[in-house]
Write a protein that binds this ligand. Structure first.
Ligand code: GLA
Length: 669
């Protein structure tokens, strides 16, 4: 069956479902599961993610009968399957027979069997076993009518982003030889003239294992790249097996695109995905967790290059792995789900279908909770199914944005390394600071990589792009010249891709674009703040900056840098470039964002909405427009629009009323 492999097969409308682990349940529960899935409107479930030990209980001895029955039952019930390679957790017989496949920490601690993901991704032996299991599953189910999508492994690199074992050392050396060709090139890239670190051959190179003091930063950066690439290589290997056996079935794996999971460069993986999928969990301690959620969704869309993406997992209510696991509040799960759809998701899935009775995740919420059907969680599960069905016309439509926020994994890795001007810089915090301000203005933002085409954006925000190549710096400069408003914040453009400082004054890569030259950093102490001439305050960072073509829009009002620029603006070509040489408080960030957006002539999706109300539009190829309004406040809100309310079926003549803590989707006309 020919297909362009861009979406799970034969799912009309939006996909709805979750991880399904039937091996944890007796037959009568599995039979009831399908009935309940139908009641909830579920049309897709992810199966066999952690089933290796059930499918191959002893080496070479396979038991597929139970999975045959599960897939047949799901198919009979009209439910489609994202079938996993079952490789996410090697079975005990494998690690017992081959303990050499286990991963190691930087201090040599071996990560044993007994949890999950206890494998060294660079282990050729593990990879052989994983390929073999994948082939078995694919050959068995290649023609199963329920098969809609392949799901490779699970959250690759989640628990073991870095392995420091001998297997990893060998693979790292190969990766370095491919990257640098000669050991001289490696020495130059890593600056090994420092501290007598010169290598005479690749054989001498190690992963950045526990050492007496600070490790070589270029080595650390390359090890982060290598580790991300190694997981990707594993993904590709399994995907290639799946493609060989079923050319027509798309393949994905679930990413963790958020402000916590640092170690996989998802932008670099994007080209290998048939469909981009994300897992997202709220941070329970964050009172504005819904903004972090919106960021994660916009990042997912950025990684997907604007194509529809899948929300592969989120939670119906509490998770079990944060310090305090908060149950979701009234309407929260529905708002979370619709926010993902508003921002480009065409699938809403959960971990997991039925809440486990045993194991480490038994206190993690699910679609069918321990307490059964007489619960808010179940009623919400059914209500979400109803809503997603009504939203079928939205499928395939796109979100468009005038504003980009540049997010870069190598800059995250680089900016937070040790032996820096401050140890208090957290890259995601800087990202969220600007994202939140844009969110509060109701501006839709594409979160993109520095390699993205920036030409179409009116404004581009670039927080702490620490590591930047000449090419990316040139592309950013070109976007400003061509008319964009580009805002860059402190500790950007400082080093090249090898973590070598760009000399001649900071921020080296962006000095000309910004029209400034910094001679020295002046980081602030914990709790220290300084006042700017507009009365706002800033913390964390200051620097001795001089104007070199730019004008100062804010200067320091006190301290050793009094009178020197803190925020600058520089006209370049058709556009302009702003530099924020410190970390201003939220009010100042909001004021700066407002100035940039005004200059750029960018408007929100809906003007004048109260704080806490989110509005995003999706546009279909036929010109249809869908306005999503998510009300996070505890009072109702009126929104000017006209069209058909897809969730209620009502026609809206000019004003839509969205009740407290609720959402609406209008097919506008
Ligand atoms: C991840 C995993 C799931 C489950 C959830 C719990 O997303 O992929 O298997 O452990 O976390 O939140």
């Amino acid at each position: 069956m020919p297909t362009d492999r861009t979406w799970p097969l034969n799912i009309p409308g939006l996909a709805y479902g979750g991880d399904y682990n039937p091996e944890q349940w007796p037959l009568e529960t599995q039979v009831e599961d399908v009935r309940l899935m139908q009641e909830a409107g579920v049309n897709l479930v992810s199966v066999a993610i952690f089933s290796w030990a059930q499918l191959e209980p002893r080496e070479g001895v396979y038991d597929f009968a139970w999975l045959d029955a599960v897939l047949d039952r799901l198919h009979a019930g009209g439910i489609r399957v994202a079938l996993a390679t079952a490789t996410a957790s090697p079975p005990p017989w494998l690690t017992r027979k081959h303990p050499e496949i286990l991963p190691e920490l930087a201090d040599g601690t071996v990560l044993n069997q007994g949890a999950r993901q206890s494998y060294a991704v660079a282990s050729p032996l593990f990879r052989t076993y994983a390929v073999c299991m994948t082939r078995k599953v694919a050959e068995r189910y290649r023609d199963h009518p329920s098969l809609a999508l392949w799901h490779v492994d699970n959250e690759l690199g989640c628990h073991v982003p870095h392995d420091y074992s001998e297997k990893a050392a060998a693979a790292f050396r190969t990766w370095l030889e491919q990257r640098y060709g000669t050991v001289e090139a490696l020495n130059s890239a890593w600056g090994t003239a420092f501290w007598s670190q010169r290598y005479d051959s690749f054989d001498e190179v190690l992963p950045p294992r526990a050492a007496p003091t600070s490790l070589n930063p270029s080595q650390q950066l390359d090890f982060a790249r290598f580790s991300s690439d190694e997981h990707r290589a594993h993904y590709r290997e399994l995907r290639n097996v799946l493609r060989e056996i079923t050319q027509h079935v798309p393949t994905t794996t679930n990413f963790m695109m958020n402000t916590h999971n640092k170690w996989v460069d998802y932008f670099s993986w994007a080209g290998d995905m048939d469909v981009v999928a994300n897992d997202h969990y709220l941070t329970a301690s964050d009172p504005e967790a819904h903004i972090g959620l919106a960021f994660s969704a916009d990042l997912s869309r950025g990684v997907a290059g604007g194509e529809p993406w899948m929300l592969m997992e989120h939670s119906t209510s509490a998770v079990n792995w944060q310090p305090r696991n908060r149950a979701k509040g009234h309407g929260e799960m529905l708002r979370n789900s619709l926010t993902h759809v508003a921002r480009g998701a065409d699938a809403v899935m959960f971990f997991q279908w039925r809440q486990s009775l045993a194991g480490a995740e038994k206190y993690h919420s699910a679609m069918v909770p321990h307490a059964g059907r007489g619960t808010d969680v179940w009623r919400n599960t059914v209500e979400l199914g109803r809503r997603l069905k009504e939203l079928a016309p939205v499928q395939g439509s796109r979100v468009t944005a005038d504003v980009a926020l540049v997010f870069d994994y190598p800059s995250w890795w680089g900016a937070e390394m040790d032996c820096h001007p401050t140890d208090a810089l957290r890259y995601p915090e800087e990202m969220l600071r600007w994202y939140r301000a844009l969110w509060r203005c109701g501006i839709t933002v594409d979160v993109v990589s520095p390699q993205a085409e920036l030409g179409g954006y009116r404004a581009v925000f670039i927080p702490t792009l620490y590591t930047v190549t000449d090419r990316d710096a040139a592309r950013i400069t070109e976007a400003a010249r061509a008319g964009a408003r580009v805002l860059i914040t402190f500790f950007s453009g400082i080093v090249d891709e090898h973590d070598h400082v760009r000399p001649g004054g900071y921020p080296g890569a962006f000095r000309d674009l910004l029209g400034v030259r910094t001679e020295e950093f002046h980081p602030l102490q914990d709790g220290e703040t300084l006042t700017l001439d507009d009365g706002s305050r800033a913390d964390l960072w200051s620097e001795k900056t001089h104007l070199d073509g730019a004008k100062a829009t804010r200067t320091w009002a006190e301290g050793p840098l009094a009178g020197l620029p803190a925020v600058t603006q520089h006209n370049v070509g058709q556009g302009s470039a702003w530099y924020v040489a410190t970390r201003p408080d939220d009010a100042a960030v909001a004021a700066i964002v407002d100035q940039v957006l005004t200059e750029a002539e960018v408007a929100p999706a809906v003007a004048g909405l109260p704080q806490g109300v989110e509005a995003v539009r999706r546009h279909a190829a036929d010109g249809s427009r869908f306005l999503f309004v998510i009300n996070h406040t505890d009072h109702g809100v009126d929104v000017p629009t006209r069209g058909r309310d897809l969730l209620s079926g009502h026609n809206i003549a000019d004003t839509l009323h969205v009740p407290a803590l609720d959402s609406a989707v209008i097919h506008e006309h």
